[in-house]
Design a protein around this ligand. Sequence first.
Ligand SMILES: C[S@@+](CC[C@H](N)C(=O)[O-])C[C@H]1O[C@@H](n2cnc3c(N)ncnc32)[C@H](O)[C@@H]1O
Length: 218
Amino acid sequence: MRKLKPKSYEYIENLSSNENQNQLKARENSEKLGLGAISLSKAEAQILQFQLLNTNAKKVVEIGTLTGLSALYMLEVLPQDACLWTLEKSPEHAQMAEKVLAEDIKNGRCKIVVGDAQEKLKELSAQGPFDAVFIDGNKAAYLDYFKWALENTSAGALIVADNVFLAGAVWGDQSLQRFNDKQVRVVNEMNELAFKSKNLKSVILPTEEGLLICKKLS
Ligand SMILES: C[S@@+](CC[C@H](N)C(=O)[O-])C[C@H]1O[C@@H](n2cnc3c(N)ncnc32)[C@H](O)[C@@H]1O
């Protein structure tokens, strides 16, 4: 999806240190799968880190692990006694993620949950409430993920969703990438809910993909 990386991204990314070995491996693996463009860019991952730091999050859920890149970025800023549950449908993706996340898995800071996120989230509720949820999985299920996040997070929690522009499809431009009617309707409904919910303060950062960031007020 990240088809035209703006020059501003390159500029921002060059200001900070290079990605570490595991982050580079995760990126390389997603490239090998032909999915390099759907991983967070370095600049987007840094925005996510910044938001997590501001939330003092300890219990975090990610929906959509891919090869573990965004999970690595989140774990980098989470405290030692934090836990990230990252949900992934594809066993192949999960296996690749397991390798780069091995240290955090061993230390109990990360758990990869393999299966359909909507099913797995039901089971995960028992471990809640959570401090932060990062939504980056099946676009047609974004509204359900978002509602789950609203119900299973504590006051002050952070809810972030990536790709909320659907490459322009949410305002009717399907020239970059085609999405089906359900995906467009669901993501629009989630964005509307984020802005009309009285117990949320929401913003969409106008990144290339659109990054929805919500703070739960109560
Ligand atoms: C955009 S990628 C995630 C990128 C990752 N967060 C990163 O930035 O490195 C989306 C991932 O969600 C997974 N996915 C798709 N549908 C899913 C579902 N129903 N349940 C769980 N994971 C799903 C895909 O297999 C893919 O690995």
